[in-house]
Design a protein around this ligand. Structure first.
Ligand SMILES: N[C@@H](CCC(=O)N[C@@H](CS)C(=O)NCC(=O)O)C(=O)O
Length: 191
């Protein structure tokens, strides 16, 4: 049985919720109160962070690594493309995710200039999506899943205007038609 140590408001957890849903994996959830974390969570992840995935006795932290594990453990439906170069580019985007998250969290903290910095990153994502339909490449997959939780929260919780980023806004609309992303939209609406 798979257990996900999870928190609704955590976009990193959302990455794993979405991957599990896309793969149709049954799992149980243990909701962690991020404002009052149980001490035992440090036994599962010394950093005390969620998500943590438990697969029988195997315990794994780090959303990007968890999603790679899920991709290998449950290969169908595939969430990385077959083409090696396309797959490498998708992984590069996941690897460089901090370029988006740094200005995102800076904006949440109300730092001066954070909105311009976030705008610059949104413009870069928009340019990628003008050239290809998904961040993962020609098809939807793990790079899209790595970014979409922050974009949903930026738009719906932080009032970040995405309409001027046409390709990005259309990508978000396309993704929102997927049941796994629609379920995450419900989570965001209830925060
Ligand atoms: N790099 C980690 C980040 C996970 C993370 O920062 N989770 C937050 C909740 S969104 C957390 O547990 N924060 C508690 C803390 O940092 O102490 C991942 O990708 O899983």
């Amino acid at each position: 049985m798979i257990t996900l140590y999870d928190a609704d408001r955590c976009p990193y957890c959302a990455r794993t919720r979405i991957a599990l849903a896309e793969k149709g994996v049954e799992y149980e959830t243990v909701e962690i109160d991020l404002d009052d974390r149980p001490s035992w969570i440090y036994e599962k992840n010394p950093l005390g962070r969620v998500p943590v995935l438990e697969d029988d006795t195997f315990v794994l932290a780090e959303s990007a690594v968890i999603n790679e594990y899920l991709e290998e453990r449950y290969p169908e439906p595939a969430l990385w493309p077959l083409d090696a170069a396309e797959r490498a580019y998708g992984r590069l985007l996941v690897f460089r995710f901090d370029q988006l998250s740094k200005p995102y969290y800076a904006l949440r903290r109300g730092e001066d200039g954070a909105d311009e910095r976030l705008d610059a990153e949104l413009a870069k994502l928009n340019a990628i999506l003008e050239a290809q339909p998904f961040l993962t490449g020609r098809a939807y997959g793990l790079a899209d899943i790595a970014y979409v939780p922050w974009l949903l929260r930026a738009r719906d919780r932080m009032g970040v205007e995405l309409r001027s980023y046409d390709a990005l806004a259309q990508w978000l609309e396309r993704l929102s038609e997927r049941p796994a992303i629609a379920a995450e939209l419900d989570v965001v609406a209830a925060l």
